[in-house]
Design a binder for this molecule. Sequence first.
Ligand code: KMT
Ligand code: NI
Length: 179
Amino acid sequence: VIQAWYMDDNEEDQRLHHHCEPKQFVSIDRLAELGVISWRLNADDYENDDALKKIREARDYTYMDICDICPEKLPNYDAKIKSFFEEHLHTDEEIRYCIAGSGYFDVRDENEQWIRISVKKGAMIVLPAGIYHRFTLDENNYIKALRLFVGEPVWTPYNRPHDHLPARKWYVDAFVKKG
Ligand code: KMT
Ligand code: NI
């Protein structure tokens, strides 16, 4: 339910897979080296799932809501789709659990290359505070995701460049600078 790969540099339709030729996959362990962590959970049982409960307790994810991304349910759909795909960072983790549909989270690696992370039903992903990233729907054009947060949510995106933010400095120290 989670796959990741390096993107080509073709600027056409953001919803296409944008594999390189030949395909260049990225492992879950490599994602972890960038601070991106993930789980595979049972999305049919998210309301009673002990595995999800344990993650929420361990990581203090007290807040949770549902984000249904389709034109009928998301106010300002077109503008939101566009802003999700602007390269940005947050001062907190971006935690998403895909319970239906699918989509792409793109993250920058240490060398500024885009890695495309495909999430499908059952994939829970954490993007660390300070990582430059963006989101797009894929060709299926639909995702329903749980959004989690530690305490009161702050969704503010800081579009690139925002390198002076403490969250960015923390991320660079922790995951980009190599000793
Ligand atoms: C975000 O912050 O990019 C989003 O909420 C995208 C939709 S969640 C799958
Ligand atoms: Ni974001």
